[in-house]
Structure formats: structure tokens, C-alpha cells
Design a binder for this molecule. Structure first.
Ligand code: ATP
Ligand code: MG
Length: 267
């Protein structure tokens, strides 16, 4: 696969090699090293989980991939295109689309307008159908004419997911998509993620503390602690890995111990 620069605007989707390749990514906030030498890849059609205790650097990773924070070292290559210092809007237009841990909607705009703003760069019936499908699966069609600030926290998270899908992502970065979403609605989010992969060929990087959710949908997982990767593999492999158990529990535990589902309020 030929690697191009972001200026050339072309993204090679013909290869079944990694759609997203992250090499030796490092982020510093002043004297604090938030991400260290982080290398990972996502292949087309994969749902890859990133888990780790609070403060491990998961959101910082998404922020760096999305171009919201600047990586001091390393590279991010999307479909053969080195993103370099590309700004967030440019990355989204190339298909690297993220949601936020706390939904970032325009509160005074309607749900319809929030989604339409995101869909501006995309077009066509297929995208409209995908948005309609997502609204239906998530059962939030009735909120379309409400302003976003009238929604519950859980509804805002679901709308933000639809808004991200409306960008036509090739790689979707989901930062705790079900935090604040009632348990009864989480299966619908799973269905939607699987549909996005199966029907539209997207790849997904999922950050989530709900381990039942993570283990049921991810093909593979990376585990972070203190800004670095400490393990990777299948759910079976990482959930019995002593280093992972130690990161979560502070001590090596028995292999049968669940990796902690750190319930917490969304930020
Ligand atoms: N803009 C920033 N400036 C300084 N420090 C930051 C900044 N953003 C994040 N950090 C720090 O970087 C570390 C990682 O934060 P991050 O939000 O990425 O963790 P996380 O894995 O997403 O945690 P959580 O599971 O609680 O969401 C934390 O110590 C956090 O305080
Ligand atoms: Mg986070």
C-alpha cells in the first residue's frame, strides 16, 4: 500500500491491511507524559477495544487520534495516508470520526440540526438511510425536533453516536458510548455498532468501562495503564493476564477474577 500525505487527500481503502496504524504515539501535557510510545492497529471491519483504569490515557489517545491534542512523537496513518498535523475537521472528513466521553452537542439546536451539521460533508440516500436506521434502532426518532439541551444525558450520548455515524466514518472512535445510557438501551448500541461494521464496512475503536459490553462486541482488545499499553489480545487472554488484573485491582489476583467494571458517573 502506498503511503500518501494528508495534503494529497487520497485515502487508499483497497488494502485489507490496517485501516488505522498508530506508531510510537507520545503525548505530553507540560511535564506530564500522558501517552508513551503507543503502537496499535485496526484492520478493516474490526471492532477493537481499548480498556484501562481511570486516568490510563484512553481519552487522550482518542484526542490525539482525532487531532484535538497534539502528539509530540509518533504517527497516525489512516488508509495509507499519514495524518501528520492534520486538524480535527480534516481528519473527520477523511473518515476518522470520534464521539466524546461527555456528549458535545449544540444545546440550543435541535437534534435534527445537530445531525444535519455533521452530515454536511457526506451526502446521498445511503447516508440518509443509515441515519434513519440509527435513529430507529436507538429509539430516539421522537427527539428530532427537541433542542439538545432538553434531552437526558443518555439521550445526548445516543444522539452523538448518530451524529458521528452521519459523518460516514471509516474508523469510528467511541469514547465510552454507553456511559450514562440506561442498561435497557445498551443492546441497541451494540446492534448499531455491528450494523455499521457489517453494512457500511466501518472499523471501530471502542473505549468503555462496561466490561460485559466490551467483551460481547470486541474482536480484540488493547489494555492501557499509566499512558502505555500493557497487554493486547482476545478478551479471554487479557482478562486472565496478571498484569491487567494488577492494573485494575492493584494486586495480582486469580485468573477467574473479572477485570473490574469501573462504574462511574460520566464526565
Ligand atoms: N489537557 C490535559 N492537560 C493535563 N493533563 C491531562 C489533560 N488531559 C488529560 N490529562 C491527564 O492525562 C491522564 C489521562 O487522562 P485521560 O482522560 O486520557 O484518562 P482516561 O483513561 O480516559 O480515564 P477515564 O477512564 O477516567 O476516562 C490523567 O492523569 C489526566 O489528568
Ligand atoms: Mg476517558
Amino acid at each position: 500500500m502506498t503511503k500518501t500525505t494528508v495534503e494529497s487527500q487520497s485515502v487508499d481503502a483497497s488494502s485489507d491491511r490496517a485501516i488505522l496504524q498508530v506508531d510510537a504515539l507520545g503525548v505530553r501535557f507540560g511535564a506530564f507524559q500522558a501517552l508513551t510510545d503507543l503502537t496499535m492497529e485496526i484492520r478493516p471491519g474490526e471492532i477493537v477495544g481499548v480498556i484501562g483504569p481511570n486516568g490510563a490515557g484512553k481519552s487522550t489517545l482518542v484526542n490525539a487520534l482525532a487531532g484535538v491534542v497534539e502528539a509530540g512523537t509518533g504517527s497516525v496513518v489512516l488508509g495509507g495516508c499519514d495524518l501528520g498535523q492534520a486538524r480535527p475537521v480534516r481528519r473527520a472528513r477523511l473518515g476518522l470520526v470520534r464521539t466524546f466521553q461527555t456528549a458535545q452537542l449544540f444545546g440550543s439546536l435541535t437534534v435534527r440540526a445537530n445531525i444535519a451539521l455533521a452530515a454536511r460533508s457526506g451526502s446521498g440516500k445511503a447516508l440518509d438511510a443509515a441515519i434513519g436506521h440509527a435513529l430507529k434502532v436507538l429509539r430516539i426518532e421522537h427527539t428530532l425536533d427537541a433542542t439538545a439541551d432538553r434531552l437526558s444525558g443518555g439521550q445526548r450520548k445516543l444522539v452523538e453516536l448518530v451524529r458521528a455515524l452521519a459523518c460516514g466514518p471509516r474508523v469510528l472512535l467511541l469514547d465510552e458510548p454507553v456511559a450514562g445510557v440506561p442498561m435497557r438501551d445498551r443492546a441497541a448500541v451494540l446492534d448499531l455498532m455491528r450494523h455499521e461494521v457489517a453494512e457500511r464496512g466501518a472499523s471501530i475503536l471502542l473505549i468503555e468501562h462496561d466490561m460485559e459490553f466490551v467483551s460481547s462486541v470486541c474482536d480484540r482488545l488493547y489494555v492501557m495503564n499509566a499512558g502505555a499499553l500493557i497487554a493486547q489480545g482476545s478478551w479471554q487472554e487479557i482478562s486472565t493476564n496478571p498484569a491487567v488484573l494488577e492494573a485494575y485491582l492493584g494486586a495480582v489476583s486469580t485468573p477467574s477474577t473479572d477485570v473490574g467494571d469501573q462504574k462511574k458517573e460520566p464526565k
